[in-house]
Design a binder for this molecule. Sequence first.
Ligand SMILES: [Zn+2]
Length: 235
Amino acid sequence: GYWTIGSQNYQPQEMATFSMFNLRPMEVWKWYIYRHKVCNQVAPNAGHYALVEMENILKDRFSLITQNVDGLHKRAGNSVQRTFCIHGNLEFCRCSHECTETLYPFPKINPDRDKEADLSETDLKKLYCPRCNELLRPHILWFDERYNENYYKLQSSLALAKQSDILFLIGTSGITNLPYHVMKNAGDANSYIVEINPAETNFTSSVAAYEKGFIVREPSSTVLPKFLEAFKKVM
Ligand SMILES: [Zn+2]
């Protein structure tokens, strides 16, 4: 939801920007510290666990391109090397001055803090780059930033789609352009494309018109375990 600074309410689209980080870095940090805590209170669902089992079966033939920043795929057990977090991952932070591309674990902040309170001296110290002492930032692709390879695996994701045999579009609305290009590349590669979503999305008409396209109107948490059973029978 929104975040309050003084008497002003800010929407996520305003908070999750580099310009806000420039202007109000501590407010952006406090917001992400709160979001990080909320994400950690959520447990992976049956859909997440089905993807872990699929990876275990398919190994290098499996890749997961995810827009989720909540870290749930990793916590469920998908490997870091086969999971492409194209919008970043809230389990990590990095140097805001880019003195290094190294990702650091998200700072361990006092979990009992009041979400809007100023950070304690102890917590504040954890927000600085151990290498250059400039501020760290959450490892998140912000609304006013662009996809790239180094942090967000742009080219890798597109290249992967070009080699895919089956692309599952799971629970994504298709609003941002990278998922759209992933779908297009998979189509160019003559891959099967399966949309799994309880609701119609921006992908639906393309998938429906595609001769190797399938649409499954069910939540991923119920349909992926069923796909997994089928996988297990044929693998
Ligand atoms: Zn640094």
